[in-house]
Design a protein around this ligand. Structure first.
Ligand SMILES: [Zn+2]
Ligand SMILES: [Zn+2]
Length: 390
């Protein structure tokens, strides 16, 4: 990877550079070694704007004309709003909007599901006034469309995909090495999630360490090992939307592709985090049952149970008083662990993303590890490998 990194002659940022034509094809350029230079994707966009809107475009005819302009471009002062700064602003607006749409869609999906099932039974959509519309929208597949699918197709998320919103976000993230060399090669992580993270992190150097990065997302763990939470009456000191993305949307996206891409380090991360969380839970030795003010101090560890898929799941604890009764006070149940796993995976991914952003700013070469101090980040290195193969 290190060999692939070069310093962009315009912005000075170390990153993988593109071979660009000084006189582009659309400017009637031809392939030749004299026509080739290297620039980062963002500066290439700046160069295009510099040439086309610089006021002398009409007079540029030969490759030599363009070579002069290219030299002028390299020494030109920083533009007021460079391509990457502008795309950062666009991402802030659009990717944020796209995330909110995704959250809305999830809410609707929950609300529609039981309603749709009832409707499918008493009034199939094929008998409703929507029947022709279904045939038009879904064609041959119309027969399999129930109320749930139809109602969801009316939700903005589907429209965001079909309208330009996603395409615009995709265009903007294309200016960033963090997309081209990293996020693009991680199954499950799409353009809009990437765009949202880029916009949330902003300048990665503003966080001195992962603790501050997580704190900004409301994910710091307190000294008492409790999650950071909102205290009534105090001002929120983190971004709640970012927290939702890290704890739910991101891990969900990674989880959906888990079975299809078992080799992805982020698929494997789920398993290692799950084992660790189970370990933690089983060794927790809770001293008191707090369910409904029970206060029983004799707690039974329920141990592991083999599930149908051959996995082992920790069953949690129950106080002795209610064990075996109809209303057992079970806690640390698998659902609880699942939420912690999601959160931990989201946090780890977020930290990797941030480290990779720093790496592209020529900071923090720790990705490769340092002898006697810390190991290399194998997940990031795996993704780089995929990127170079692509
Ligand atoms: Zn550049
Ligand atoms: Zn109890």
């Amino acid at each position: 990877m290190e060999e692939q990194m070069q310093v962009c002659p315009k912005c000075g940022i170390k990153q993988p550079l593109n071979e660009v034509w000084i006189q582009k094809k659309s400017w009637k350029g031809k392939y030749s070694s004299q026509n080739l230079k290297k620039l980062c994707p963002s500066c290439d966009e700046d160069y295009r704007i510099f040439v086309e809107y610089g006021g002398q475009f009409e007079n540029l005819k030969t490759l030599d004309d363009f070579r002069v302009v290219f030299e002028e471009f390299l020494v030109s002062p920083k533009v007021e709003l460079s391509a990457v700064e502008r795309s950062y602003q666009v991402l802030k607006e659009f990717a944020g909007l796209r995330v909110q749409i995704a959250i809305e869609a999830q809410k609707f999906s929950g609300r529609f599901s039981s309603r749709s099932k009832r409707m499918d039974e008493i009034y199939p959509i094929s008998q409703s006034v929507f029947a022709p519309q279904i045939t038009e929208e879904f064609g041959e597949k119309a027969g399999g469309v129930g109320w749930q699918k139809f109602l969801m197709s009316q939700v903005v998320e589907v429209k965001a995909v079909k309208s330009g919103l996603e395409r615009e976000i995709a265009k903007q993230v294309g200016f960033y090495p963090i997309w081209n060399m990293y996020a693009k090669h991680i199954p499950g992580i799409g353009e809009w999630l990437t765009g949202y993270l880029i916009a949330s992190i902003g300048d990665p150097k503003r966080f001195p360490d992962t603790g501050h990065l997580w704190g900004n997302a409301g994910l710091r763990v307190t000294k008492e090992n409790l999650a950071q939470s909102r205290t009534r009456g105090t001002k929120l000191n983190y971004d709640p939307l970012l927290k939702t993305v890290i704890c739910f949307i991101l891990p969900q996206s990674l989880q959906w592709q888990k079975s299809r891409f078992p080799n992805s380090p982020y698929s494997q991360l789920f398993e290692s985090v799950r084992l660790k969380e189970q370990e933690k839970a089983i060794n927790a030795h809770p001293a008191i049952c707090n369910i409904r003010g029970c206060k029983e101090t004799e707690i039974v560890n329920l141990g592991f149970k083999n599930d149908s898929k051959g996995g082992r799941t920790f069953q949690g604890f129950c106080c002795k008083k209610t064990l075996g009764t109809k209303k057992e006070h079970k806690f640390f149940n698998p659902a609880h662990i699942q939420a912690r796993v999601m959160r931990e995976v989201g946090k780890k991914f977020f930290a990797d993303f941030w480290h990779t952003m720093l790496y592209f700013e020529s900071e923090n070469p720790d990705i490769y590890g340092r002898e006697g101090e810390h190991a290399a980040n194998e997940r990031i290195l795996w993704v780089f490998e995929q990127a170079l193969k692509a």
